[in-house]
Ligand binder design. Structure first.
Ligand code: TXA
Ligand code: MG
Length: 316
């Protein structure tokens, strides 16, 4: 435990300088990104990375994403390719993670890759994350800043509700704009979708001029550690509902009568940005949750992926 609890830092130059200093000391700092808050530690420091796993209670077979300030910084750690260049040019900085072969002398802790020969890298777009990464001037390993298996955090308050006292600080810069984790594309073999997320599949395929292979949870080649049950509220979640039954609270999309609406005007980007905060607040009611159908195109595919896992039978 952190003796005096977790510090809340503002995303101003002083807060960012202190956050970079804590990272240099091998301590953990939760950082805002455009997708969700990440639980950051120096990706080259094995002890810091081990503490990320410990703070989250995460199974150690699940590798982490290394966050860097720029494409040039990413290229120091992984073997680059034409597809990587095309996707980075189109979507970085932004909610896209690329999995590429590690370069020799990469210096990344093997706890980040969980022993794989590939590394997941991402250049986030959030101004505070970018400022911190430039100030720190090194790779920051950052899974979502929530206890393993629980709902991802899109505010500093969500981070503190799960991790207060387990990490040195949280850099608070308000709610995350995209609200869903990054899309993960594997480029170490045939281009493959490893996790749907903040950049729609259709946009990625348009840039690559080819369809992606799909390796989703349950498939041996999917991103490792994508446990079926994830993003789980305490109460049961029921999908494709038209009305609430019994004690349920109804989470809606579009013009429906419900307790909480992800986007009354039926906008998938707005729904993505609201998803995790809605699950956190419905979870606080202690009642079972029912969800109305959400279209499966664009960001809807990633929203439905998260909801299916929130509704999946629990691991424990
Ligand atoms: O938006 C995001 O990606 C957020 C923010 C904080 O950047 N981070 C995030 O990290 O979602 P996390 O740890 O919750 O999810 C990382 C995913 C996992 O499913 C993991 O299996 C996959 O990335 N992954 C990491 N390294 C990999 C690799 N070398 N090969 C395949 N999948 C990998
Ligand atoms: Mg996560």
């Amino acid at each position: 435990m952190i003796p005096n609890g977790t510090l809340t830092l503002s995303a101003d130059p002083a807060g960012i300088a202190l956050a970079a200093d804590l990272l240099r000391q091998g301590l953990l700092v939760a950082i805002p990104t455009e997708t969700v808050y990440g639980l950051g530690g120096d990706a080259r420091n094995g002890e810091a990375v081990a503490n990320i796993y410990a703070a989250k209670g995460r199974p150690s077979f699940n590798p982490l994403i290394a966050h860097v300030a720029s494409t040039e910084a990413a290229r120091r750690f992984v073997t680059w390719s034409d597809n990587a260049e095309a996707l980075a040019a189109a979507f970085w900085p932004g909610p896209l993670t690329l999995v590429l072969p590690l370069r020799p002398d990469h210096g990344i802790s093997s706890l980040v890759t969980a022993g794989l020969e590939t590394l997941a890298v991402r250049v986030p777009a959030h101004p505070a994350a970018r400022a911190l990464l430039s100030e720190f001037d090194g790779p920051v390993a950052a899974p979502s800043a929530n206890p393993s298996g629980q709902i991802s955090p899109t505010t500093a308050a969500h981070v503190l509700s799960g991790l207060n006292g387990r990490i040195a600080a949280v850099l608070d810069d308000g709610p995350c704009g995209v609200g869903l984790e990054s899309t993960i594309v594997g480029l170490s073999g045939e281009p493959a979708l490893l996790r749907p997320g903040g950049v729609a599949l259709e946009q990625i395929e348009a840039v690559l001029g080819t369809q992606l292979h799909h390796h989703l949870p349950g498939d041996a080649l999917s991103a490792p550690g994508q446990l079926q049950s994830h993003y789980a509220p305490d109460a049961p979640v029921r999908l494709d509902a038209s009305t609430a039954q019994g004690d349920e609270v109804l989470l809606g999309f579009g013009p429906v009568d419900c307790d909480l609406n992800l986007s009354a005007k039926g906008d998938l980007s707005e729904a993505a940005a609201n998803l995790f905060a809605a699950l956190h607040s419905l979870n606080d009611t202690g009642r079972p949750i029912a969800v109305t159908p959400i279209p499966d195109h664009g960001l809807g595919a990633a929203i439905n992926d998260r909801l299916r896992r929130a509704a999946a039978p629990r691991n424990s």
